[in-house]
Design a protein around this ligand. Structure first.
Ligand code: GRF
Length: 211
């Protein structure tokens, strides 16, 4: 059975696009709905061009409105969604709501840590490795159990923009891979996937093989 995915996005939606583009490959999931808190989100244009149902929330803090927008989705994916998910919705979608964050959580996460701020903080810290994280959503920003992470090297002379681009390319591989694997397994509690099989390549967009 193909899982119905609802994607929540506040911005341009390149992660949404990656999910849409990968959906046809294995057939594990399809993007059925796109939800935003912003009527001008680029993600909505991507959805409309693909004839996917879109909803703009009047009040993202209203659990009833968000639950209605999520409908019968099997999996909710936060892909650049900048609002806190109300606790009743987190409870209803326990083990069926995931978020992607452009750093190796728990480092460089939490309230206010989004966009270029994340990569600027990584560079300011002197870290030699950053990465992308997909985790379960709970009642706080970026705090739920980690499902999968993938490392991304920091290079000498990196600017926040350059690092963001390198991490985003990995996000676009990691998120669809995790969504498909969760759907394949039927969304059991507490899945944890580890880089396995294909070691991290020297390239910037590794062949993801998470087990
Ligand atoms: C991504 O970097 C994601 O990790 C973060 O927000 C950004 C969304 O980018 N949560 P896009 O809208 O998917 O291009």
């Amino acid at each position: 059975m193909t899982a119905a995915v609802a994607v929540l996005a506040s911005g341009g939606g390149t992660n949404l696009q990656a999910l849409m583009d990968a959906a046809g490959a294995g057939g594990e999931y399809r993007v059925a709905r796109v939800i935003s808190n912003r009527a001008d989100a680029g993600a909505l244009g991507r959805a409309r061009r693909a004839a996917i149902t879109v909803t703009v929330l009047r009040n993202p803090a209203d659990p009833a409105e968000l639950l209605a927008a999520l409908g019968d989705a099997d999996l909710a994916v936060l892909a650049g969604y900048l609002k806190l998910v109300p606790a009743p919705v987190v409870a209803r979608f326990r083990w069926r709501m995931i978020n992607i964050h452009p750093a190796l959580l728990p480092a460089f996460g939490g309230s206010g840590m989004y966009g270029l701020r994340v990569h600027a903080a990584v560079l300011a810290s002197g870290a030699s490795v950053t990465g992308a994280t997909v985790h379960y959503v709970d009642e706080a920003f970026d705090r739920g159990p980690v499902i999968a992470q993938w490392p991304v090297p920091v290079r000498a002379g990196d600017t926040p923009d350059a690092l963001a681009g390198r991490v985003l390319a990995v996000e676009h591989r990691l998120l669809p891979t995790v969504a498909a694997e969760l759907a394949r397994r039927g969304f059991p509690p507490g899945v944890r996937l580890h880089p396995g099989g294909t070691a991290f390549t020297a390239g910037e967009t590794p062949a993801l093989d998470l087990r």
